[in-house]
Design a protein around this ligand. Sequence first.
Ligand SMILES: NC(=O)c1ccc[n+]([C@@H]2O[C@H](COP(=O)([O-])OP(=O)(O)OC[C@H]3O[C@@H](n4cnc5c(N)ncnc54)[C@H](OP(=O)(O)O)[C@@H]3O)[C@@H](O)[C@H]2O)c1
Length: 341
Amino acid sequence: MKSTIAENFGGPSHSLANPEHQFSLDDCPDLTGKVAIVTGGSEGIGYGCTHTLLSHNVSKVFVLSLSQEVADGATKSISEDLGAEAAQNLTWMKCDVSEWQAVAKAAEQIGSKTDRIDIMILNAGRGIMTYQLTDYGVDRHMAVNHFGHVILASHLMPIMKKTAEKGNTVRIVTLGSNAHQACPSDCGFESLEELNQDLGPNGQYGRSKLAQMLYVKYLNKHLTEGTEPKILANTVHPGFVHTKMSQDDIHEPYPILGFGMSVGMAPFKKDQWQGCVSAVFAATKTEKSGEYICPPAIPEPGSKLFQDEQLAENLMTLTKKVVKEKMYAESIGKGCPMEFY
Ligand SMILES: NC(=O)c1ccc[n+]([C@@H]2O[C@H](COP(=O)([O-])OP(=O)(O)OC[C@H]3O[C@@H](n4cnc5c(N)ncnc54)[C@H](OP(=O)(O)O)[C@@H]3O)[C@@H](O)[C@H]2O)c1
């Protein structure tokens, strides 16, 4: 019960966690010399991560998101809070993670600007919203939350490996959610037709969060436990956090009922600083891999589907197939090896 409150709600809730699962943003280590990427790092939980990394002296953080206006606001706030030098260490790149070709280009640009990547926080997300297909015919929740992030991480994997091979610990983090439990139990990740079924806003979101979580399970098995023990991959639940997603976007599928979450639950939500604690722990401190970490730093088993290793394999086999089909001319046809690890 105490853990459930700590994991999900705001206020002094984190103090309820057991001593061995405590972590606060002040415990973030010094990050001098390190380079980070945060998708969706200009707003909400992602901004909490960006700000914390910069306040702990990260040398460079690349933020990928959509809105120039929001990014300018984030840079201004960093400058006011942490000084002009910290703001200069933030590089914003406009990139819609659902546009896979743009993601590959962004990865290329990042690769031309850094020879190391120590931290990758795959945080940008489409929340609990109605079903949509992208113009290339893939469920938008999966296209943003899962596929785009896999493409980004895969393109930058050689740099992460190089960083790890020089003796550094590299940490990859995906933003899962306890909402992964809303994924229907018959989910098999067998085909694009299956992915493109409309499961309703909660099911659609829950399935994409499950995918982000299974991706780190897959990376842990093949990468960390394979040839790269110094690249750690973990997924986190941030809690129930007061952000645009839980405040505004929730009204898209639920114009009236959404007020239950946006207004009714407002006093119980975490703010973005509490909401980024588990992600910062996974991105800077943990020495473990393949875990599902809830706030402040509580490892949880997750759902039965999350524990299913074969499902992780199915997901990534399907991921490769779909990307190959949809991006052949732009990518694989031009020699991209499309390796995940
Ligand atoms: N809030 C919660 O209670 C909660 C609970 C569980 C999990 N999460 C997860 O936490 C993560 C962050 O959510 P949040 O609550 O902080 O949401 P948020 O405040 O709405 O922030 C989302 C961020 O993602 C960016 N983004 C959205 N779609 C994008 C796209 N297609 N391409 C590139 N960037 C995109 C947004 O960019 P712009 O600002 O430029 O639009 C924004 O920076 C998500 O993965 C979410 O699923 C949140």
